[in-house]
Design a protein around this ligand. Structure first.
Ligand SMILES: O=C(O)c1ccccc1N[C@@H]1O[C@H](COP(=O)(O)O)[C@@H](O)[C@H]1O
Length: 225
């Protein structure tokens, strides 16, 4: 990509783990490109089907709804597709390539880097290459839970993915915050960022002020690329 084009490119923003109508409205108003709904029971941000369908109704055209799963069954994913009509699926567990492609819907595959088997740049790239049909590869930090931990990881672990000619769009996640995201953007230059804990007052309770500050930081860092 020419340097002129890359200076024009803005980093897309996904705000994840929304549970309240007012937080959806806040994220949309602040300029989020996507909002994430968590369909993973053990998460404090988990939403039920009815709740998700009503949150989905608040999201206007040109803002994507992303449905996040962790090792859900085919039936669970199909129910969400039917009742919530997400624009994109996010698989954040141990889902196989076959499972991810079985829904005939665009998906993002998450990799929890820094943990066992994903602790070198080459190992991370090899894991990603099992999912060539993903619309994006998302990188989160390894933690004992499956995600939304607020922990960050060493961006050097993405060096091989960043240089690979067959790389998919890179979505950076894991412990991002308004005051540190500019540095992360400089290091990784992702297509998009995904944040949950860093814009919250408590798990599942978003902060209007933190969302606004985060979007502002990403926008101004994108302009200075
Ligand atoms: O948000 C959750 O509760 C969650 C639960 C299980 C898997 C993933 C989850 N969220 C995703 O985790 C990353 C990082 O979030 P954080 O900013 O560090 O809190 C992000 O991709 C969320 O979509």
């Amino acid at each position: 990509m020419s340097s002129q084009l890359s200076t024009l490119q803005r980093t897309r923003i996904k705000i994840c783990g929304l549970t309240r109508p007012q937080d959806v409205d806040t994220a949309v108003r602040a300029g989020a490109d996507a909002v994430g709904l968590v369909f993973y029971g053990p998460s404090k941000r988990a939403v039920g089907l009815g709740q998700a369908a009503s949150l989905r109704q608040r999201v206007p055209a040109f803002v994507d709804v992303v449905a996040l799963f962790v090792n859900a069954s085919t039936h669970e994913v199909e129910q969400v597709i039917e009742q919530v009509q997400p624009d994109l699926l996010q698989f954040h567990g141990d889902e196989s390539p076959e499972f991810c492609t079985s829904f005939k819907q665009r998906y993002m595959r998450a990799f929890r880097v820094g943990g066992p088997g994903l602790d070198t740049p080459e190992a991370v790239l090899a894991a990603c290459r099992r999912y060539p049909s993903a619309s994006a590869w998302l990188f989160d930090s390894y933690s004992t839970g499956y995600g939304g931990s607020g922990l960050s990881f060493d961006p050097e672990l993405l060096s091989a993915v960043r240089q690979a000619p067959d790389s998919r769009s890179i979505v950076l996640a894991g412990g991002l915050k308004a005051d540190t995201v500019a540095h992360s953007l400089k290091m990784v230059q992702p297509y998009a960022v995904d944040v949950s804990s860093g814009v919250e007052d408590a798990p599942g309770i978003k902060s209007e002020q933190k969302i606004a500050a985060f979007v502002q930081s990403v926008a101004s860092a994108s302009m200075h690329r």
